[in-house]
Design a protein. Structure first.
Length: 195
């Protein structure tokens, strides 16, 4: 089976992508191929995903897949956006990031708490691929006033999903993968790759 590198070392993401790409590609991580990270200096989710995909492909010689995703809060003028993983300072501090949004949203009325998770997925055949596949999907919801639920990661405990009347962290992984930004983007990518 053809190998593809996922521009990530996140074991959860690698497991998720491997499950979705079964029978098409075998997904390997950056650490499997000794690929070094590159600074994400783009101004959009797409730019950052492209930077990561091209870097991973260049260093590994494999086709590459990268996603850049985060949460966009309307009352915060789109913040944290591309800075979602390091909103409170340290990269990947879910607790501090979540608390910072709750603090910044404390005085915001219920009717103005709209937000969305956003995901940009990029696939390149090689580092200089002039026609990368770019897929973007969003997941609409609202910022809650306090955390709820134990599943998921990141901002899931404060992201209210109106269609299910619960937080993203209260959904099962299967439910979340069917309706989330990343789940929808992966499904769309899958159709593209099969074509």
């Amino acid at each position: 089976m053809k190998k593809i590198i996922l521009a990530s070392n996140n074991t959860g993401k690698i497991r998720e992508f491997n499950a979705m790409l079964t029978g098409i590609y075998e997904v390997v991580s950056m650490s499997d191929m000794n690929v070094k990270e590159v600074p994400e200096i783009g101004l959009t989710f797409v730019e950052n995903a492209l930077i990561k995909a091209r870097n991973a492909s260049e260093q590994s010689g494999l086709p590459a897949l990268a996603d850049d995703s985060g949460i966009v809060v309307d009352a915060l003028n789109g913040a944290p956006g591309i800075y979602s993983a390091r909103y409170a300072g340290n990269h990947g501090d879910d607790e501090a990031n979540t608390q910072k949004i709750l603090d910044n949203m404390a005085q915001v009325a219920d009717a103005q708490r709209s937000a969305r998770f956003w995901c940009a997925i990029v696939f390149v055949e090689h580092a200089n691929d002039p026609t990368p596949i770019i897929i973007q999907r969003g997941w609409e919801g609202e910022i809650m006033r306090e955390k709820s639920g134990e599943n998921g990661f990141g901002y899931d405990p404060i992201f209210y999903v109106p269609t299910h009347k619960k937080s993203s962290a209260e959904l099962s992984s299967e439910q979340k993968n069917n309706i989330s930004h990343r789940g929808k983007a992966l499904q769309a990518l899958l159709s593209e790759l099969k074509n």
